[in-house]
Write a protein that binds this ligand. Structure first.
Ligand code: FE2
Ligand code: FE2
Length: 276
């Protein structure tokens, strides 16, 4: 006869991951809901999946709309709100990780494209200076390929033999493809991967036939506008709002991708957070 044992965990830690925000192209309501959930849950660890800043002024893309030429105050509309958000989050968490995205990397590319002058002023305008400098219990991670001594990722949960689901890493994103979760799974191979960048809520799971571990690849969506100015062509996007909770219990973990729809979400503890 099959018998069941139910035991209490020895340790339990919660992570909350905010996907792409793209200040000032953020969705105000969705971001407020995510912030309220963060205040309520007070996760031990907090992560930002990158593209927190849009960095449009540093973009190499040609503008197609007159609206895009209107002055954008980078300091006022991106740096200030981002620092305010980092301050607010720090009050309710032990440690914050900030993964740079390809949008933050626009600043370095702009600097290198502007020769010696650009490169020499880069240390003054890089997010390491404008966002990360002076922060305690905070780490900014460069947008890099995770190979050799380059570490463009956060090891959220280390792999162990005993765990159910293998190790978990968080990256900004390696693909914008329609089936981005599948592409990330293929590229990651042995570890589960949480990613942003594609702005679509997507999850895919496979099983390693040798270890029996499940390998998961998932994106919670975005906290940016769902139809931003830069999505040219007039075609609707299939982006959606959300954030990810990772509950690490003893030697394993579960992911909860929380959807935010029309300024409302339901947390795993059953609490509803909504804009009134
Ligand atoms: Fe993004
Ligand atoms: Fe991105």
């Amino acid at each position: 006869m099959i018998q069941i044992q139910i035991s209490k965990p020895e340790s339990r830690e919660l992570w909350m991951w905010f996907p792409d925000i793209h200040f000032p192209e953020h969705d105000e309501e969705a971001l407020e809901v995510a912030k309220a959930a963060h205040r309520l849950l007070k996760p031990e660890y907090t992560g930002f999946l990158g593209d927190v800043l849009d960095c449009e002024v540093f973009s190499a893309h040609r503008r197609k709309l007159i609206q895009e030429y209107q002055a954008r105050d980078y300091a006022e509309l991106e740096i200030k709100p981002c620092n305010k958000l980092m301050d607010q989050v720090a009050k309710n968490t032990r440690f914050t990780y900030y993964l740079e995205g390809n949008h933050e990397q626009r600043i370095e590319r702009w600097a290198t494209n502007n020769g010696k002058v650009g490169v020499s002023i880069y240390p003054l305008i890089s997010p390491y200076q404008t966002i990360a400098k002076g922060r305690k219990n905070f780490k900014m991670i460069p947008f890099e390929i995770p190979s050799g001594n380059r570490r463009g990722y956060v090891q959220v949960v280390k792999p162990t033999k005993k765990m159910l689901t293998g190790g978990l890493v968080a990256v900004h994103g390696w693909s914008f493809a329609k089936h981005a979760a599948y592409v990330h799974l293929e590229k990651s191979r042995s570890q589960s991967v949480l990613f942003g960048h594609c702005h679509r809520a997507q999850t895919i799971v496979t099983r390693d036939p040798w270890s029996g571990h499940l390998i998961k690849s998932f994106c919670p969506g975005t906290l940016s506008k769902l139809q931003p100015l830069y999505a040219h062509g007039g075609a609707p996007t299939d982006w959606s709002h959300g954030f990810t909770l990772i509950e690490v219990v003893d030697d394993s973990w579960n992911e909860y991708n929380i959807s935010i729809v029309k300024g409302r979400c339901i947390l795993p503890n059953g609490k509803e957070v909504k804009i009134i």
